[in-house]
Design a protein around this ligand. Structure first.
Ligand SMILES: C[S@@+](CC[C@H](N)C(=O)[O-])C[C@H]1O[C@@H](n2cnc3c(N)ncnc32)[C@H](O)[C@@H]1O
Length: 227
């Protein structure tokens, strides 16, 4: 049954591609939703959700330390940073990159501090200061069209040699635009993830799970630069 559902969904996606235009047009379309995003609970299923579960996993895999520079991609309303502060995990500095100007303004207002920087830009193309030890992203890579690979290719350029990447995904094999025609969602198989990591000079450290709340459990990918 799940295979049949995946097959139908990929058919739907191909039909959408025919109906809505080229890859470049779809790429632009997939970004319109996020460029105009605002920092509300709409980003997490209509209710505020704690980032503690995600941060505890990053901590478990050694992602924090008082000398470490952290980069978050797609911080939304800042629930991961809020959890870092609540759980008192150590870091040297914290950068957060979001495509939405409204999110970035709000985050700067709420969390701004000399060692917390907020940058507006696209994860695929934005140049960043070099030297991150941990890069993390929650509930965001599943929305990157056509895949998260171009974002990884950009981000690895700014990683320290021992850097770790932490991001969550929906597991499966399908891709489609939601009814609003701008929200793109893609599921990945573990093999696809490993292949994409390899093409971005990354290797798998672990597959794990992160339970954002009892209804939203996701595949967590932990990766490091290939040695
Ligand atoms: C579904 S929300 C998740 C927010 C947050 N990570 C969380 O877990 O609550 C996706 C976030 O990623 C941002 N985003 C989407 N595409 C992006 C891109 N290409 N580059 C940077 N940020 C992006 C959106 O603006 C939004 O803040």
């Amino acid at each position: 049954m799940p295979m049949l559902k995946n097959l139908m969904l990929s058919g739907v996606y191909r039909l959408q591609q025919l109906a809505f235009g080229s890859r470049a047009a779809l790429s632009q379309r997939s970004r319109t939703r996020w460029r105009s995003a605002i920092p509300t609970s709409d980003l997490t299923w209509g209710r505020r959700v704690s980032g503690d579960a995600f941060i505890r996993k990053v901590e478990f895999y050694g992602g924090f330390g008082s000398a470490k520079s952290i980069l978050e991609i797609g911080p939304g309303y800042g629930r991961l940073l809020q959890s870092c502060l609540d759980l008192k995990v150590p870091f040297k500095d914290y950068y957060a990159l979001d495509i939405s100007a409204a999110n970035v303004d709000w985050l700067r207002e709420k969390f701004g501090a000399p060692n917390r920087m907020f940058i507006q830009g696209d994860a695929e193309t934005t140049p960043l200061p070099a030297g991150f030890d941990s890069m993390m992203s929650s509930l965001t890579f599943k929305h990157l069209y056509p895949s998260f690979e171009p974002a990884l290719n950009n981000l690895v350029r700014f990683a320290r040699p021992n850097a770790r990447f932490f991001f969550d995904l929906l597991e499966g094999q399908s891709q489609f635009f939601e009814r609003d025609r701008i929200t793109y969602i893609r599921r990945y198989s573990r093999k696809q993830v490993i292949d994409m990591l390899a093409r971005s000079r990354l290797e798998l450290v672990a597959f794990d799970t992160v339970e954002h709340d009892p209804e939203h459990r996701r595949l967590l990918v932990v990766a490091g630069l290939t040695r």
